[in-house]
Ligand binder design. Structure first.
Ligand SMILES: N[C@@H](CCC(=O)N[C@@H](CS)C(=O)NCC(=O)O)C(=O)O
Length: 217
């Protein structure tokens, strides 16, 4: 049995969760309460850095979500989430890394504003400029294809699409990029995204905790 330790709102764990669903694998989810359970000895024995996700598959205990994606692709190759062509492999990896290393840090001020309730207008304006650079890059990489790796979904779509799922919450829109908007909708319609979508109640509870208020206030 495969077990994914996660929390429903984590982008880092959702990319693994979506991959498990897209691969059609049997797995169980164990939710880790990040208000302290990650520091308990039994969890530190799984991940000494106290982070979710953790993936346990038989005797293998894995940390780091990108290692999990590589592992799942190699161990359970069908359906493939990595295209075979060298150019497409490079594109998948570029989109993954740009999402992780450019988009997520650049849009932190938007997360701070919309989820944590801490506004810094100058930083927010810069975040929108930097996000536009990423969106132009994504649009170039997508071209006429349905997905970044070609006509089939790939790990690039999973990494970037689990971030794009949060765009409305982050105050980001792809309206100026019709091909990307259609790509995002294509992903949101997939069962893997729908099944791993957090509930409004979970979202509101999280926002309230981050903003130091009670849910609904
Ligand atoms: N590089 C790690 C990042 C994991 C990570 O930052 N997890 C966060 C939640 S999204 C966490 O567990 N935070 C709790 C803590 O560090 O105590 C990965 O991709 O798996």
């Amino acid at each position: 049995m495969i077990t994914l330790y996660h929390t429903p709102l984590s982008i880092n764990s959702r990319r693994v969760w979506v991959t498990l669903i897209e691969k059609g694998l049997d797995f169980e989810l164990k939710e880790v309460n990040l208000t302290g359970d990650q520091f308990k000895p039994e969890f530190l024995a799984l991940n000494p850095f106290h982070h979710i996700p953790v993936l346990v598959d038989g005797d293998n205990t894995l940390i780091e979500s990108f290692a999990m994606l590589d592992y799942l692709e190699a161990k359970y190759p069908s359906p493939a989430l990595m295209p075979p062509q060298p150019e497409a492999i490079a594109r998948v990896r570029m989109v993954q890394m740009v999402t992780l290393n450019e988009l997520l840090p650049a849009t932190l001020p938007l997360t701070m504003k919309h989820l944590f309730g801490k506004d810094d207008p100058d930083a927010v304006a810069k975040a929108y400029e930097k996000a536009a650079v990423v969106f132009k890059f994504w649009a170039q990489q997508l071209g006429e294809n349905d997905f970044f790796g070609g006509q089939q979904i790939s790990l690039a779509d999973i990494v970037s699409g689990t971030v794009a799922a949060w765009f409305p919450e982050m105050g980001l829109s792809l309206a100026d990029y019709p091909a990307l908007e259609a790509w995002r909708q294509r992903l949101m319609d997939r069962p893997a995204w729908q099944q791993s979508q957090c509930s409004q109640a979970e979202l509101e509870t999280f926002k309230a905790r981050m903003q130091g208020r009670r849910p609904g206030q």
